[in-house]
Write a protein that binds this ligand. Structure first.
Ligand SMILES: [Zn+2]
Ligand SMILES: [Zn+2]
Length: 118
């Protein structure tokens, strides 16, 4: 089997998304809410640009390490941080809300946004 075929979680879960994009960087564990995925698919379609997920699922240890909220939805597979340049955050906020995201936090000059579903 080709080595590229053997990468853990390297499985398409939607047209533009692979499961490994959501995995925890420390342990490769992953949880992914189908609702979050559906919202991201719709956001990608509406925005028309590739979505770079900078933080998806986090195990408890990793969440602690990155100083995430103690009950962060990243640990439930219901949140993703997405790279968005500062000057596009206002439009992406509108599109993300329209796509069904329940919680949207723009991080301004840090050039990412926290998106979560209920
Ligand atoms: Zn981990
Ligand atoms: Zn986040």
């Amino acid at each position: 089997m080709a080595k590229s075929m053997n990468r853990l979680n390297d499985i398409p879960v939607a047209e533009h998304f692979r499961l490994r994009e959501f995995e925890c960087p420390c342990c490769h564990c992953v949880r992914l809410s189908p609702v979050l995925l559906a919202c991201l698919v719709e956001l990608r379609r509406a925005w028309g640009k590739p979505i770079l997920i900078t933080s998806g699922y986090r195990c408890a240890a990793h969440n602690k390490r990155v100083k995430g909220a103690p009950r962060s939805l990243h640990m439930a597979g219901q949140a993703a941080d997405v790279a968005v340049p500062l000057n596009e955050q206002a439009v992406v906020e509108i599109l993300a809300r329209r796509a069904g995201m329940a919680m949207i936090i723009p991080y301004g000059r840090r050039n990412f946004m926290h998106l979560a579903v209920a």
